[in-house]
Every structure is written in structure tokens, then in C-alpha cells.
Write a protein that binds this ligand. Structure first.
Ligand SMILES: [Zn+2]
Length: 340
């Protein structure tokens, strides 16, 4: 019993003199560890008379618990000292401004794409994705491009080999849909397109388009007009109207370009609409009957419309961005201006 008491006293003295957490830890191992001095005393219990064993064991356990408490108290005190020292070494100026958290945000083109998607999905269109590396067949041939059409020239198109191009528009998704599905359908796609252009303020080799088409019984230009009107109002506000003017695209007949009444001046004329009151947005028309027939769709029963526009047009118009290159440069000073 005396031995126990002596050991606790000795340990307590050392613990209170331990000046670092490391020294304290070593001490704990030396007294309480598997080969420590308390464990050695515990082994001595075997040599005691049977009647003394319980009291000795109890005293030993109590002593151990006491020592553990002393060590924990010392450890807490040392931690506190450590912290105080650290704070003194690195004084904090509580009047200093905080560090600004830079939150990420979607790219301005993604924001435009998201709005377009929401508008078209709201009109019942289904979104699909088709490849950026596209077969010449889908990019041109299936869309009624005559073999000598200037768009097919490699001056304008990135040919990967004789059969593959980087798609020059999103319209080739039509052929893929026609091969896989039978009408009725309302489908759109949105994504990256490529043209062999010298890059400057108003031209870029990479840009984005959205293409939508609908094929069903009795679909007419009136449906096209109604759909584009609803789309334009979802994008630009309730007062916007749509204007059609005849235009030519190989894959529609008849074809139109469509413009919206300027949402910024409500048709009065401003810098965005170049004083005309109208902003041209894209191309549209009725799906060419030859294309429907190529895919064995009964043109007596089914007709369809299609439209497409450039995604960049939306932020260009909304924020008056005057340099296409900004969209591709990933300069944060530009991108951070467009909080979603
Ligand atoms: Zn205007």
C-alpha cells in the first residue's frame, strides 16, 4: 500500500513539472503503459496472501484512476498554454477586413442554355444530345444539302476525314431522330458547333446552337409561329412578338428567318435593335417533305416544323456583349459579371 502511495506521489510531482504535451505523453506511458510501473505493481499481487489481494487491487485501481485524472488535468492546462502562446506569436487584428469567399457560378453561356432548356421543356419538348463529331451524312446529306453547297466546302467546315466533320450546326440531330423514332415527337438539342472561321470580334470557330423540331399530324406554320411566340415570351417577357420573313435553308420548305420585337425598347428603336425595333434571332420553317420521305414518313399524314438559333445571341443581346471571343476565353473578370 505504501508503495502505491509513493508511486502516485512521485508520478504526480513529475506530471506537474511536465512542460510539453510530448513529455506528458511519455510519462503516461512510463507509469500506466503496458510495461509501466503501475502494471508492474499489479503483477506483484500474485505474491500477496489471498486475504490481502482484494484490498490491494482496489487501492491500485483507485490510484491509477487518480493518476489518470491528474494527467488529463495537466494535459488540458498544457494545451491552453500552447494556445495562448500561439495567439501571442500571431497577433490577430480583429479590425482587418475578412477574406472574400469567391463562389463559383455557371458560365454566362450555360445560364443562357439553362433558360432556353427551361423554356422549351416547358413547351413539351424533349432534350436529347447528339455527337459533336458528326457524320457528313447527318451534318449535310440527310439535310438536303446539294453536294456542291458552299457550306460543305472545307474552307468553312472542319473535316476530320472524308466521312466526319465537327458539326457545323445542331440540325444534324434531326437525321438521328428520324432514324430511331416515328412521329409524333417534339425534340430539341443544344450544344457546341464548329466552323472553320478566322477568329475576330464577330466570328469564332466555336459557338453554340439550339435546334428544335416537331413532327405530328396536321402541324402547320401556325404551330411554328405559336411555338416561337411562346418561346420568345418565356425568354424575353410577355410583350414580345415574333416576325417571320422568307429565307432559304436546304432542310425546310418554306423557310423563314425569325425576329422578335425588341424587348429593350418595345419596338421604339434603340442601340440593341439598331433602331429597327426588331432583333433577328434565328431560322425556321416546315421540315422539307423530301426529308420526311427519305425516312419513310407518310407526308400525307405528317408534317413538321423546325427552328434553330444561336445561344450566344441571348447574352449578346441582354448584356450588349460586343466581342464573341469573350465567351471562350474564361477570363474571370468577364465571367464574374454574370451572376445567375
Ligand atoms: Zn430596341
Amino acid at each position: 500500500m505504501n508503495q502505491i502511495e509513493t508511486l502516485v506521489r512521485k508520478a504526480e510531482g513529475e506530471v506537474n513539472e511536465a512542460s510539453t504535451l510530448k513529455a506528458l505523453q511519455e510519462m503516461q506511458v512510463r507509469y500506466l503503459g503496458r510495461h509501466g510501473e503501475f502494471t508492474a505493481l499489479l503483477r506483484a499481487i500474485g505474491g500477496l496472501p489471498a486475504e490481502e489481494k482484494p484490498a490491494f487491487g482496489k487501492a491500485l485501481n483507485e490510484a491509477k484512476a487518480r493518476l489518470e485524472n491528474i494527467i488529463e488535468a495537466r494535459r488540458a492546462a498544457l494545451r491552453k498554454e500552447d494556445e495562448t502562446r500561439r495567439h501571442a506569436a500571431e497577433p490577430q487584428d480583429l479590425t482587418m477586413p475578412g477574406r472574400r469567399m469567391r463562389a463559383g457560378l455557371p458560365h454566362v453561356l450555360s445560364q443562357a442554355a439553362d433558360r432556353i432548356k427551361a423554356a422549351l421543356i416547358g413547351l413539351g419538348f424533349e432534350l436529347i444530345e447528339t455527337p459533336e463529331l458528326e457524320l457528313v451524312k447527318y451534318n449535310f446529306t440527310a439535310l438536303n444539302y446539294p453536294p456542291d453547297h458552299p457550306a460543305m466546302d472545307d474552307q468553312d467546315t472542319f473535316y476530320v476525314d472524308d466521312d466526319h466533320v465537327m458539326r457545323t450546326h445542331t440540325t444534324p440531330f434531326q437525321g438521328r431522330v428520324f432514324e430511331e423514332r416515328r412521329p409524333p415527337f417534339r425534340i430539341f438539342t443544344i450544344g457546341r458547333c464548329f466552323r472553320n472561321e478566322a477568329v475576330d470580334r464577330t466570328h469564332h470557330h466555336t459557338f453554340h446552337q439550339v435546334d428544335a423540331f416537331m413532327v405530328d399530324e396536321g402541324v402547320s406554320m401556325a404551330h411554328l409561329r405559336g411555338t416561337l411566340g411562346a418561346f420568345a415570351r418565356a425568354m424575353f417577357g410577355p410583350s414580345v412578338t415574333v416576325r417571320f420573313r422568307p429565307d432559304y435553308f436546304p432542310f425546310v420548305e418554306p423557310g423563314v428567318d425569325f425576329a422578335i420585337s425588341c424587348p429593350f425598347c418595345e419596338g421604339e428603336g434603340c442601340v440593341v435593335c439598331k433602331r429597327s425595333g426588331w432583333i433577328e434571332l434565328g431560322g425556321a420553317g416546315m421540315v422539307h417533305p423530301d426529308i420526311l420521305e427519305n425516312y419513310d414518313i407518310d407526308t400525307d399524314r405528317y408534317t413538321g416544323f423546325a427552328f434553330g438559333l444561336g445561344v450566344e445571341r441571348i447574352p449578346i443581346m441582354r448584356y450588349r456583349i460586343d466581342d464573341l471571343r469573350l465567351f471562350m476565353e474564361n477570363d474571370l473578370r468577364f465571367l464574374e459579371q454574370f451572376q445567375a
